[in-house]
Design a protein around this ligand. Structure first.
Ligand code: NDP
Length: 348
C-alpha cells in the first residue's frame, strides 16, 4: 500500500458503474486517482465520500469528443483506465450518440497518452460486443475473435465498441510509444452500484422483477460482477506481463435458470414471467414480437434468441489470477442494491 502512494492513476468516466468501483478499489490500495467526469464534483458524492477520497481523489472535467481534452489530465499519471464510453442500447442517432464518442474518445485519450511523459500503460474497457455480434451455439469464443457483423443498423452499441477497440489497436499499428495497451472485454456486468444511476445491464433484473417480461425467452447471458471487472482493470494495469485482450466473464445462465434462481432466492412475490417460450416455436414467436420493441432492443432479441453463448475465459484467470464471484451471488447483490436505490419497489 505504501508503495502505491505516489502513483497517480487516471480513470476516465469515473462516475460510471464500472469506473466507480475501480476508483474505490484503487483508493483502498493506496493509489492517487484522477477521475474524469462531465459535471462538477458536487454531483458525485458517492465518489468524493469514498475512504481516502479526500486526500487522494481528484475529479477533473473532460469530454470524450474534445480533442486534447485529456492532455493535461493524463500527464503525471502512470496508468490510464479508459472506461468512458456511452452504454445505451436504444438511440436515435447511433453515429453521433454511440460511435463518435466511443471512437473519438479512445483516440483522443490515446493521443494524449502519446504526448505524455509519464503514462506506462492504458487499460481500455472494451466489451464482448467487440468479440461477437451474436452467440453461435457451435462456437467457443476466445480473444482471437472479432465482431464482423454489427453496423449502425445492427446492434449499433456493439458496433461502437468494436470500432473503438479497433481504433485503439490501429493507433499502435507498427508504431511504438512509451506506453502499451491492454484491453478488457467484459460480458454482462452486474452487481451493486456505488452511484444512483441504474446501469443498462442491471436493468434486466429490474425489468424481470417488475413484470416487463411476460414470457421466459430462450436467451442466455454471460454474467460478470462489477467488482471483478474493476479488479480485472487494476490487475491488468499492475501485471507486467499482461498483454492483448482479456475476455472477462464468469458463468453463462439462461433466462430459465435466472427465473428459477429468483424464485429460490425469495423473489417469487414479484411478477416474474410465467409463460415459458424457451422452445423452438417460442423462438419464432419472440422474433416476431421483437419488431414491436424499440429498434436497438429488437435487433438484440433477433440476434440472440435461440442461440447459446459459449466462451473461454481461461486467459484472464491464468494471466491475471482473477477469481470470479459466483453469478448467483452477483444477481442477489444487484437486486438488493436496486431495492436500496429504489429502482425496484420492495414487496412484502
Ligand atoms: P456507465 O454508463 O455507468 O458509464 C459510462 C461512463 O462513460 C460514464 O462515466 C459517462 O459519463 C461516460 N461518458 C459517456 N459519454 C461520455 C462523453 N461523451 N464524454 C465523457 N464521458 C462520457 O456504463 P458502464 O460503467 O457499464 O460502462 C463503462 C464501460 O464499460 C463502457 O466502455 C462500456 O461500453 C463498457 N462495458 C460495459 C458493460 C456492462 O455490462 N455494463 C459490458 C461490457 C463493456 P456520465 O456519467 O457523465 O454520463
Amino acid at each position: 500500500m505504501e508503495s502505491n502512494n505516489n502513483k497517480i492513476i487516471c480513470v476516465t468516466g469515473a462516475s460510471g458503474f464500472i469506473a466507480a468501483h475501480a476508483v474505490k478499489q484503487l483508493l483502498e490500495q493506496g493509489y492517487k486517482v484522477r477521475g474524469t467526469v462531465r459535471g462538477g464534483a458536487e454531483k458525485y458524492p458517492y465518489l468524493t465520500s469514498l475512504p481516502g477520497a479526500e486526500e487522494r481523489l481528484e475529479l477533473v472535467k473532460a469530454d470524450l469528443l474534445s480533442n486534447a481534452a485529456f492532455d493535461d489530465v493524463v500527464e503525471g499519471c502512470e496508468y490510464v483506465l479508459h472506461t468512458a464510453s456511452p452504454y445505451i442500447v436504444d438511440v436515435k442517432n447511433p453515429q453521433r450518440e454511440l460511435v463518435d464518442p466511443a471512437v473519438m474518445g479512445t483516440t483522443n485519450v490515446l493521443g494524449s497518452c502519446a504526448k505524455s511523459t509519464t503514462v506506462k500503460r492504458v487499460v481500455l474497457t472494451s466489451s464482448i460486443a467487440a468479440i461477437t455480434d451474436e452467440p453461435n451455439s457451435n462456437k467457443v469464443f476466445t480473444e482471437s475473435d472479432w465482431n464482423t457483423k454489427s453496423s449502425l443498423k445492427r446492434n449499433p452499441y456493439y458496433y461502437s465498441k468494436t470500432q473503438a477497440e479497433k481504433a485503439a489497436w490501429d493507433f499502435f499499428g507498427n508504431k511504438s510509444y512509451g506506453f502499451d495497451l491492454v484491453v478488457i472485454n467484459p460480458y454482462m456486468v452486474i452487481g451493486p452500484s456505488l452511484g444512483p444511476s441504474l446501469n443498462t445491464s442491471n436493468k434486466i433484473f429490474r425489468d424481470v422483477l417488475s413484470g416487463k417480461y411476460p414470457t421466459i425467452m430462450n436467451i442466455n447471458w454471460g454474467f460478470v460482477d462489477v467488482r471483478d471487472v474493476a479488479k480485472a482493470h487494476i490487475l491488468a494495469m499492475e501485471t507486467p506481463n499482461a498483454e492483448g485482450r482479456y475476455l472477462c466473464s464468469n458463468e453463462i445462465m439462461t433466462m430459465t435458470e435466472v427465473i428459477k434462481f429468483l424464485k429460490e432466492a425469495g423473489y417469487s412475490n414479484y411478477p416474474l414471467p410465467m409463460v415459458n417460450l424457451a422452445s423452438h416455436w417460442g423462438n419464432k414467436v419472440m422474433k416476431v414480437l421483437s419488431y414491436t420493441q424499440p429498434k436497438g432492443s429488437g435487433t438484440y432479441m433477433r440476434t440472440h434468441i435461440g442461440r447459446t453463448m459459449r466462451y473461454d475465459n481461461s486467459k484472464i484467470k491464468r494471466d491475471l489470477n482473477l477469481q470470479f464471484i459466483n453469478a448467483k451471488e452477483s444477481i442477489k447483490d444487484a437486486i438488493e442494491d436496486m431495492l436500496k436505490w429504489k429502482h425496484i419497489k420492495a414487496r412484502s
